[in-house]
Design a protein around this ligand. Structure first.
Ligand code: BT5
Length: 286
């Protein structure tokens, strides 16, 4: 009872409103344009709708954050669920102007920023599951505490005109309120046994993101650091191509520079799999 009371108090003090965020933010450009909404359909959808009219006045580095999404989205038609006030749910608008081949760098940068910030703030070891999941190891099993949704638009010149990088992180979701998902979900609270300041975590993510992004803008690829955090390396996995029902089983050999998964299938052929329409799971002996 005392513990629950203490947790409620922490939730109430943990405001992500602009005044608190601007005071705590240590970035140069990222999040300096910042909007908070108590609730919204989806932060990605809202930024996308603003951009698609072609008259957006959003600066590059604009961040939109909410305490609750009514229609939070994952890839394809999948949903992202989080109880109000429990999580970090936000999207960053970027205008990289990079060649489209580097669009996947943004997913890598998100994964690195979230992982580094989680490690700094919680002490937990943060890993990534290809292509866009943030995972932790608990009781010898991988569990998902966050997801990345990157959406981009390409110009006629083949450069990334704008991109929206959405991140959902289960910060203070109590274990009993975690969504029931096929790949097990966890939260930083469930994994660490204590609530974390969403504000500190959020500001640290933005600092880490900005540092990686600025390096990438100079042409330095985040690929090696990102690949170092991937789980399932050299293990046997099954990749399901959604909508086509085709499974590729094989051993993970690595990823290429643009982040495609490299698998040696059972015939010994090397297959390259791009993110987007696939899901990955560990191969389990029947
Ligand atoms: C993702 O998609 O993991 C990307 C999620 C991105 C969410 C952020 S929140 C801010 C921004 N605005 C949005 O509308 N979205 C972004 P995917 O790999 O497709 O995984 C989706 C799957 O994760 C679902 O089908 C569920 O199985 C599972 N899932 C849903 N909610 C979860 C949660 N809170 N924790 C762990 N797993 C969850």
């Amino acid at each position: 009872m005392a513990a629950a009371g203490r947790q409620d108090t922490i939730f109430m003090q943990d405001s992500l409103k602009p005044e608190q965020v601007q005071k705590a933010l240590r970035t140069g450009w990222l999040g300096r344009s910042y909007r908070y909404l108590a609730a919204v359909g989806s932060t990605n959808d809202m930024l996308k709708a603003e951009e698609s009219g072609g008259r957006s006045s959003n600066d590059a580095g604009t961040v939109l954050l909410t305490d609750y999404q009514e229609q939070g989205r994952g890839r394809l038609a999948r949903s992202w669920e989080a109880p109000p006030g429990s999580s970090l749910l936000f999207s960053i608008l970027l205008r990289p102007g990079w060649p489209v081949e580097r669009l996947t760098w943004l997913t890598m940068i998100c994964g690195l920023a979230v992982s580094e910030a989680v490690e700094q703030q919680s002490g937990l070891k943060a890993r990534l599951k290809w292509p866009n999941d943030c995972v932790l190891e608990r009781e010898n099993k991988w569990q998902k505490y966050g997801g990345i949704l990157l959406e981009g638009t390409v110009s006629e010149r083949g450069t990334v005109k704008y991109a929206i990088a959405g991140m959902g992180i289960n910060v203070n979701i109590p274990a009993k309120e975690l969504p029931q998902t096929s790949f097990p979900a966890t939260s930083l609270l469930a994994a660490n046994g204590r609530p974390l300041s969403r504000l500190d975590l959020f500001c640290t993510i933005l600092s880490c993101f900005e540092a990686h992004y600025d390096r990438a803008a100079q042409g330095v690829s985040p690929h090696a650091a990102w690949q170092d955090r991937l789980i399932y390396m050299n293990e046997r996995v099954v990749v399901s191509r959604l909508g086509q029902g085709v499974d590729v089983a094989g051993q993970v050999m690595g990823t290429d520079a643009s982040g495609r998964l490299q698998i040696r299938d059972d015939d010994g052929a090397i297959r390259y799999i791009a993110a987007g329409d696939v899901s990955l799971r560990q191969y389990l002996e029947q």
